[in-house]
Design a protein around this ligand. Structure first.
Ligand SMILES: Nc1ncnc2c1ncn2[C@@H]1O[C@H](COP(=O)(O)OP(=O)(O)O)[C@@H](O)[C@H]1O
Ligand SMILES: [Mg+2]
Length: 248
């Protein structure tokens, strides 16, 4: 079993003014792991992912990427984000660009690939998410599920080592959730290293190598899927999961 540490989050803290949103967050992301982060709304899950992607600056603690502290002021943030990509709840596609252009722009402008190489990468990953027949479409012509699959292809076209997902199916109509989760399950099975904030408990239970339950800015409990979904130790975890009982 490969246990190369990719990310190590150590005593991470984040406050907005006097509001402490994250307190003493500690966990490790090993290569090839799919980790789900679950917990009530407002518990700090998005803030945690945004800190890991440096969209927010932590107010305490450290985040190590292959042992290098990314919270260091000298860190090259765009270069780091080539390796650690992010998929958002609201897709964040460029509305004025076609599907193909959306997937080529990062490889060309950030990764400095040739147009030809970027196009090959874009098409390869659009095929992976089943969106290759839409290369000339604009985002407004796509359904929510299709937009999110394009957003995943766009993130993959940077060939990142880690992908962060912040509730990628929460903005979707129910009938479109499955197509996005199936793409994500496929990536996890192929060994992509993933950190996924989700309310999809079936996905968290079936796909994750590790599950983190957060509440009120702290990690309440962390373990394997079976540790959390079948043998939770903390009352708070059990109560949270009971609310989803009918859907798991
Ligand atoms: N930019 C911000 N400024 C001030 N407060 C924020 C900001 N972002 C998030 N928060 C607060 O941090 C807390 C956690 O939010 P969030 O990370 O979005 O939780 P979750 O994703 O688990 O729902 C909330 O109380 C939220 O209001
Ligand atoms: Mg959130």
């Amino acid at each position: 079993m490969d246990t190369e540490k990719v990310l190590q989050i150590s005593h991470l803290e984040k406050s907005f003014g006097t509001h402490e949103v994250l307190r003493d967050i500690d966990f490790t992301v090993n290569k090839g792991e799919a980790i789900s982060i679950i917990g009530p709304s407002g518990s700090g899950k998005s803030t945690l992912l945004r800190c890991v992607n440096l969209l927010e600056t932590p107010t305490g603690g450290n985040i190590y990427y292959h042992g290098k502290d990314i919270t260091d002021a000298k860190m090259n943030i765009p270069s780091y984000r080539e390796h650690v990509g992010m998929v958002f709840q609201n897709f964040n596609l460029f509305a004025n660009m076609t599907v193909l252009e959306n997937c080529m722009t990062g490889p060309v402008t950030v990764a400095k690939k040739s147009k030809k190489e970027a196009k090959e990468l874009a098409i390869k990953f659009l095929e992976k998410v089943g969106m290759e027949q839409y290369i000339n479409a604009k985002p407004r012509q796509l359904s929510g599920g299709q937009k999110q699959r394009v957003a995943i292809a766009r993130a993959l076209a940077m060939e990142p080592e880690v992908l962060l997902f912040d509730e990628p199916t929460s903005a979707l109509d129910p009938q479109m959730v499955g197509e996005v989760l199936s793409v994500m399950s496929k990536l996890a099975k192929e060994g992509m290293t993933m950190l996924v904030v989700t309310h999809e408990m079936a996905f968290a239970k079936e796909v994750s190598d590790k599950v983190i339950f957060m509440a009120d800015g702290v990690i309440v409990e962390e373990g394997s899927s079976s540790d959390i979904f079948e043998h939770a130790k903390q009352e708070q975890t059990k109560e949270f999961l009971n609310r989803f009982h009918t859907t798991v």
